[in-house]
Design a protein around this ligand. Structure first.
Ligand SMILES: [Zn+2]
Length: 199
């Protein structure tokens, strides 16, 4: 699900100033007030804009892609791959011919990426972990993460992974959220309920 350049500009302006008026946004984007109003309503309906002010952060826009090269302890490759498979931020993991494992991490922020890396590096069967953040790259259109600039694609609200052709969606807290799978939707819903209940 891709957003166009005008949507990106509108979001950028709203992220800087959640109270910017439609007229102001129209002026800054060279668009018209009715167009801006229509786009903002569509973005709200899509769940990209979940609310104003602090809650704009709720949504993953952009994101951080990083690679993690891992050396499992001897005989533990299977266990490592299984552990990576259970980690929502790991988009894919590959066993390389020298026995090391390469994992691709997609997260909403650098802090989240660091947290996931720490968790993985602490697994008892990981001997060494070496991380690199991805700066740019090319990928078949519609597959995986965009890297570098202009990564305005709606991603799974929980894990930040790319959405499939027909994403799983749900109305949560009065807004629509999109997820890569029913597991992510379930976890997100639980967390939302706990947050909403103040626990
Ligand atoms: Zn997901």
């Amino acid at each position: 699900m891709k957003l166009d350049a005008l949507d990106s500009r509108i979001l950028e302006i709203l992220r800087q100033d959640a109270r910017a008026s439609y007229r102001e946004i129209a002026r800054r984007t060279g668009s018209t007030t009715p167009t801006v109003a229509r786009r903002v309503r569509a973005l709200e309906e899509l769940g990209v804009i979940q609310g104003y002010g602090a809650r704009v952060e709720f949504v993953r826009i952009g994101g951080v892609e990083s690679l993690l090269l891992l050396s499992p302890s001897s005989g533990a490759t299977e266990r490592l791959l299984a552990a990576l498979g259970a980690e929502p931020a790991v988009a894919e993991s590959l066993e390389l011919e020298d026995g090391t494992v390469l994992a691709r991490l997609l997260t909403g922020s650098e802090e989240e990426a660091a947290e996931v890396r720490r968790r993985i590096a602490k697994l008892p069967f990981v001997r060494e972990a070496d991380a690199r953040r991805v700066r740019s790259g090319s990928r078949r259109a519609g597959r995986g993460f965009g890297t570098g600039r202009a990564t305005l694609e709606i991603r799974c609200f929980l894990c930040g992974g790319p959405l499939p052709e027909e994403p799983v969606s749900a109305r949560i807290g009065g807004k629509r959220g999109y997820f890569c799978c029913t597991t992510c939707r379930g976890v997100f819903r639980d967390r939302y309920r706990r947050l909403a209940a103040g626990r």
